[in-house]
Design a protein around this ligand. Structure first.
Ligand code: NAP
Length: 421
């Protein structure tokens, strides 16, 4: 059994990213084939040039959308690590735009530690063209747009950003879990423009899950099942609700206070968040399904699902009797876990995607989960009956922002390599 345990997730621990949108900038092979002295001299001078280029600092210009738990933490992380990255990698991460749902702050030379106050004080209403135009007017290149919103509206900006020179990095699942038509048309534009779209934090927060699955799939190993606790917030909620004698609303409030839940916790409890993750993984495996295909058991009583968010948040105790009744029915020696499962029938290739609450033996791997850990078991033909297991913190602003940061660094590394070539 291969276990990747990443309780202390770091971007360094990511499996090497498969660059799935190769740019057409690779140096032709013939550059290395020198048949006379003239050409040899040329090659030597290229090498000297390479060395200089390698040590030259490349600036990557970043626009960050969403300044909440994940977005705010990411900006702080970039500020904290900026200097050391500049020294070690010769890459300057310049955040030239920061926007939330109301305001945008622009600055071609980058933000400083007071960005929150500056956004509040000097931020202006905006749309995506303000950022695109600003980048063009100030001749900013190596552009990355980072989506740390949970907004279904914001993803409508992706195509304009890509067409105008931005690579994309996103923690927002809605970009990959919306209609298949949107999914495909974005990829078409990415292919045409040679831009990239990275979203490791879409599933498993900072855990290297999408990478691993993509590499297994591309390498030809057939994945026939992925199952586990897909949601760090539901992990926290049911690990605690099962092991402690406290009302459900208290556990839910704790999870929200730790920044583990979605902005609207019903996205978690309804199973919508896990269903989106299942769909994203399925699409990575080439399965062209829509959201409606997923068999999802919604955990929210119908009447509470329909209320507005404020009402729902102010009346969380209305959930208590519903979940207490579920807990009372659990068999002795078992605990509640929210499980997602993707399975592909080996003979007829039929696909099933399921999400819901189950009871599992408390001494099983899933039963022993703690904190807000996620756990993914990946069964493949190559690994036989022993699944690859990826386990670690599956939610929380710090680890999620680390996952997003990792994707930014991959793109920045590629920019650096291209400039040297
Ligand atoms: N928290 C986690 O553990 C976790 C784990 C994995 C993935 N994620 C994903 O990370 C993303 C961010 O989560 P979060 O916890 O940071 O949420 P959050 O704290 O609610 O922050 C969301 C941010 O997005 C901004 N926003 C909303 N609509 C926008 C729009 N149309 N244009 C620009 N900005 C907009 C909000 O602006 P205002 O400040 O003006 O409201 C806010 O700053 C979500 O997609 C979530 O699914 C989170």
């Amino acid at each position: 059994m291969k276990v990747i345990n990443l309780n202390q997730t770091s971007m360094v621990s990511h499996v090497t990213k498969q660059v799935f949108q190769n740019r057409k900038t690779e140096a032709p092979l013939s550059m290395n084939v020198c048949q006379d002295t003239g050409k040899l001299l040329k090659l030597n001078s290229v090498k000297t040039g390479d060395y200089r280029q390698h040590h030259q600092i490349q600036t990557v210009n970043i626009a960050i959308f969403g300044t909440g738990n994940v977005g705010g933490t990411l900006i702080d992380q970039i500020m904290e690590s900026g200097k050391s990255i500049e020294e070690s990698k010769r890459i300057r991460l310049n955040i030239f735009a920061v926007g939330n749902s109301q305001k945008l702050l622009l600055g071609k030379s980058g933000m400083n530690e007071n960005w929150r106050a500056h956004l509040e004080e000097y931020g202006k209403h905006y749309d995506v063209w303000d950022i695109i135009t600003y980048a063009q007017v100030h001749r900013l290149d190596n552009l990355i747009a980072v989506d740390n919103t949970a907004s279904e509206e914001f993803i409508e900006n992706y195509q304009a950003l890509v067409k105008n020179g931005f690579d994309l990095v996103s923690s927002n699942k809605t970009g990959n879990a919306g209609s298949y038509e949107f999914y495909q048309s974005l990829r078409q534009i990415l292919r045409k423009t040679g831009r990239e779209y990275l979203y490791e934090a879409n599933v498993g927060a900072g855990l290297p899950l999408i990478d691993t699955i993509r590499l297994l799939h591309i390498s030809g190993d057939k994945i026939h099942r992925i199952q586990g606790v897909f949601s760090g917030s539901l992990s926290y909620i049911f690990n605690n609700f099962s092991s402690r004698d406290i009302p459900f609303h208290q556990v839910l409030s704790e999870a929200a206070a730790h920044g583990l839940t979605e902005p609207d916790p019903r996205e978690d409890l309804s199973g919508k968040d896990v269903s989106r993750k299942l769909l994203i993984l399925a699409r990575e495996l080439g399965i062209c399904q829509e959201y409606e295909f997923i068999e999802n058991r919604n955990l929210i009583p119908e009447d509470l699902g329909k209320q507005n968010l404020d009402y729902f948040l102010n009346n969380l105790q209305n959930l208590d009797s519903h979940f207490e009744a579920i807990k009372q029915r659990v068999k002795p020696g078992h605990v509640l876990r929210h499980i997602g499962e993707l399975s592909i029938h080996r003979k007829n290739s039929q696909v099933q995607l399921k999400a819901g609450l189950s009871e599992v033996p408390e001494n099983s791997a899933l039963g022993q989960l703690s904190g807000s850990d996620s756990l993914f078991e990946i069964y493949t033909e190559g690994y036989g009956t022993n699944p690859i297991i990826i386990r670690g913190a599956g939610a929380g602003a710090t680890v999620t922002a680390r996952g997003v940061f990792g994707d930014i660094l991959r793109l920045a590394d590629r920019v650096k390599k291209e400039k040297v070539m």
